[in-house]
Design a protein around this ligand. Structure first.
Ligand code: SF4
Length: 322
């Protein structure tokens, strides 16, 4: 196991071999823990997550926020509400923020620039934007306004893509956008969904190789969830243990990357703890204020083993964050 050094040394077949071996999960986690300690010490980084709009113009098959989900209770926060929510938390000591929405062009270039610029002039904080696939000029403006990082999920790979030409085009565009964001000087973030319908181990191996080529700095590992009111609602959920194993492998292959435990929260706080033990180094507490926070609740199907309650995991000084 110790000979796994970096992604450039590995072929798709090598990665598939590692992933399909049922006996290496704990040794991968042990090695991931060592790698995390060398690169980050014993601490856990906290980035506060503000979801300020759950509107989205895209229709990704797996996503609860897709435009065609008419069951969703949609909301938008005003720029002033966004600024105030972040300043309230930054005054209590958190300095790293993720400002997130669906792909929602209601918030135009100037509006986001105004939010970022105002926050940067008012407080000593780092800003990550996660606003979907936007215009190249917009990325440039927001960089000038002061944003440091941009998260743009790749999400859907493999056979599913080949069978959905529109999704395939979208995927290729996202690669180009991530490359452009890098050229602008952003640190970039992206994601892998583990357990999508018809996903193979080779798909995941190709994802890892692509992540390495794109020099992604933040990597979200999301176990697939068959959200209600989506085309995938009747599919099987992703295997959490396998997603944790993939997380360990990512920590080893991308030792300095930020890997949050938070996507695992949908499966419960004990699973989030396991993600930290498997190699995650960051948590994303929710800071979306009420009454909007309640609108982020997801109506999980009855047989899904746990529902995610953002209120339960929202930011509470002295409890969630020491
Ligand atoms: S994955 Fe992102 S872009 Fe796709 S529907 Fe969901 S929020 Fe929109």
């Amino acid at each position: 196991m110790n000979e796994i050094k970096n992604i450039e040394n590995l072929s798709v077949e090598d990665i598939v071999e590692i992933l399909k071996n049922p006996d290496n999960t704990s040794s991968l986690a042990e090695l991931a823990t060592k790698v995390k300690k060398i690169n980050f010490g014993g601490g856990l980084k906290v980035s506060a997550l503000l979801e300020f709009s759950n509107h989205c113009e895209e229709t990704c098959y797996f996503c609860y926020y897709r435009d065609e989900n008419f069951s969703l209770n949609r909301f938008r926060m005003t720029p002033e509400e966004i600024i105030s929510a972040i300043l309230n938390v930054s005054n209590k000591g958190i300095k790293d923020f993720i400002i997130e929405s669906g792909q929602d062009s209601f918030y135009d270039t100037d509006m986001i620039s105004y939010i970022v610029y105002t926050l940067k002039q008012t407080s000593d904080i780092s800003i990550t934007l996660s606003l979907g696939k936007r215009g190249f000029d917009e990325y440039k403006n927001w960089k000038y306004a002061g944003a440091e990082k941009y998260i743009l999920p790749l999400d859907q790979t493999g056979k599913t893509l080949l069978e959905q030409p529109e999704e395939n085009k979208n995927f290729e565009q996202r690669i180009r956008h991530l490359q452009y964001l890098k050229r602008l000087g952003y640190q970039t973030g992206s994601s892998i969904i583990v357990g999508l319908p018809e996903q193979t181990l080779s798909d995941l191996a190709n994802d890892l190789i692509l992540i390495g080529k794109l020099e992604i700095n933040t990597l979200l590992i999301n176990p697939f969830i068959p959200y209600p009111f989506t085309p995938y609602q009747n599919q099987k959920a992703g295997n959490v243990e396998f997603a944790l194993k993939l997380l360990s492998l990512c920590r080893i292959l991308f030792p300095k990357s930020t890997i949050p435990a938070s996507p695992f929260l949908h499966f419960g706080s004990d699973v989030q703890t396991k993600a930290i033990e498997a190699g995650a180094n960051t948590v994303y507490p929710y800071i979306t204020p009420p009454p909007y926070l309640n609108k982020l609740k997801i109506a999980y199907p009855k047989d899904f083993r746990i529902g995610f309650d953002p209120v339960e995991y929202s930011y509470r000084l002295n409890t969630d964050i020491q």
